[in-house]
Design a protein around this ligand. Structure first.
Ligand code: GLV
Ligand code: MN
Ligand code: MN
Length: 445
């Protein structure tokens, strides 16, 4: 197979598949809760229901059987040579951060669908050793309830019942949001997939970093994904008149500012020694929030992530110690609550080889046979959740300047054409392997 072959056997031309993917990304960008062309689409919202419905139409038009699972994920299936075989999952997410770009997650779902459509058209059922499923997860970002990967963790069977009492900004619990969306909290376990039902998981995603763009390369193989921990931190002091003398002030905002800079210093590591960690304080709320009142209370978020869980956890110990010392010195009280924790996830050797083979298959005949680049992902992905039940692999697609979580996210049609070809080739490579693999006949039912 080659990207220079315009027409795939039994399928649409590469350029058509890519332009359809991009048109669909544009269309899904219109399902938003924000005015002025900005995109925000959160879990269990009316916009979530609308994109599930629209994506379901496209899935059925591609010849797949569809359903919405008990966690609100939009799902589709193409059977193998007989019904009920274990499935290879192709997936990503349809939810977004506030003021999002139009490709983070969405692109992966639509590339997966383009590939499933091609497999349906180009590979006879008798030649499909496993089933293929396309999953569009309802929550990866955690925008609404603060904890991430809710859709994919339901599918992985790692749902935590403590999450039911999580509240959104309006005080709506996750439990009540399920009911309002028409889902039954009691059946969330039905979304879980057992390892025996699965043969693997592949996800295409924009890189959300600059490595591919700087190297001038369209695609890369992911090696592993950073494990993130998130915290909600509260600093309490004493609100009071802005004229209060220095000796009597217990200023929560000055203390929080010190904490934010300590977080940055600790996560960066010693000068000249990269810690491999990234820490972000992306949300901060000040109370009572008035120009002439000392801040009595500050709430802020911390997202701490890195390639190695040990280094990340050691940094968190250092951050806690620094915040405690700061609060004692300033006469403040600091408390924290962990809202999310995920270990770093590693793509399996086999899936890494398969994704690399898929990328290679898109190179022009005679092109430099250099191995495709391997990348570590600082961004979190649904693949991390699925690693609990099956082996995972990820294909990264170049995004301009590495910009993501921003309306300026941008990709090219040529790169998307390559990505569709590469993911299809990866699936075909796995089909080849499963044909000769004992045990893959285990039934999913
Ligand atoms: C999601 O995009 C994350 O990396 O937190
Ligand atoms: Mn994403
Ligand atoms: Mn994201």
């Amino acid at each position: 197979m080659s990207a220079v072959d315009d027409r795939k056997p039994g399928g649409a031309p590469a350029s058509t598949a890519a332009s359809v993917v991009l048109e669909r990304c544009d269309e899904l960008a219109t399902y938003t809760s924000l005015p002025g062309g900005l995109i925000e689409r959160v879990y269990l919202s009316p916009q979530h229901a609308a994109v599930n419905s629209r994506t379901g139409q496209w899935m059925r038009a591609a010849g797949l059987t569809t359903w919405q699972d008990s966690a609100g994920n939009q799902c589709a299936r193409l059977e193998g040579h007989r019904a009920g075989l274990p499935a290879l999952l192709l997936a990503s997410h349809l939810d977004t951060v506030p003021s999002a770009g139009r490709y983070d997650g969405i692109l992966g779902v639509l590339i997966a669908l383009a590939v499933a459509e091609r497999i349906n058209a180009g590979v006879a059922p008798a030649d499909r050793p496993v089933a293929l499923e396309v999953l569009a997860f309802g929550d990866e970002e955690g925008t609404r309830f603060g904890t991430t990967l809710l859709g994919s963790r339901a599918v992985a069977g790692t749902w935590d019942p403590d999450w039911w009492s999580l509240e959104d900004a309006d005080g709506v619990t996750l439990h009540d949001a399920y009911l309002a969306f028409g889902l039954d909290p009691a059946t969330v376990g039905d979304a879980a997939r057992a390892p025996v039902e699965l043969v693997g998981y592949l996800e295409a995603h924009i890189e959300q970093g600059p490595v591919l763009d700087e190297a001038g390369l369209p695609l890369g193989v992911v090696t592993s994904i950073a494990g993130a921990r998130r915290f909600q931190i509260v600093v309490e002091g004493a609100a009071g008149h802005s004229g209060t003398p220095w000796a009597r002030r217990r200023d929560a905002l000055a203390g929080a500012s010190e904490a934010v800079l300590a977080i940055e210093r600790i996560a960066r590591g010693e000068a000249g020694h990269s810690s491999g960690l990234i820490a972000t304080v992306g949300h901060l709320a000040v109370f009572p929030d008035a120009v002439n009142v000392i801040a009595g209370r500050v709430e802020f978020s911390l997202d701490l992530r890195g390639e190695f869980d040990d280094a990340r956890d050691a940094a968190w110990l250092g951050i806690k110690a620094a915040m405690t010392a700061m609060s004692e010195r300033r006469g403040l009280r600091v408390t924290w609550q962990q809202t999310h924790s995920a270990p770093a996830a590693h793509c399996s050797e086999r899936m890494r080889r398969v994704v690399a083979a898929g990328i290679r298959a898109t190179e022009r005949a005679g092109a430099d046979p250099a191995a495709p680049p391997e990348l570590f992902s600082m961004a979190g992905h649904d693949a991390m959740a699925l690693a609990a039940v099956t082996e995972i692999g990820m294909l990264f697609v170049r995004c301009a300047g590495g910009v993501s979580h921003h309306p300026d996210e941008s990709v090219t049609e040529a790169d998307i054409a390559r990505a569709v070809d590469a993911l299809e080739a990866s699936v075909l490579e796995l089909f080849e392997q499963y044909r000769s693999e004992p045990g893959v006949e285990g039934t999913a039912s």
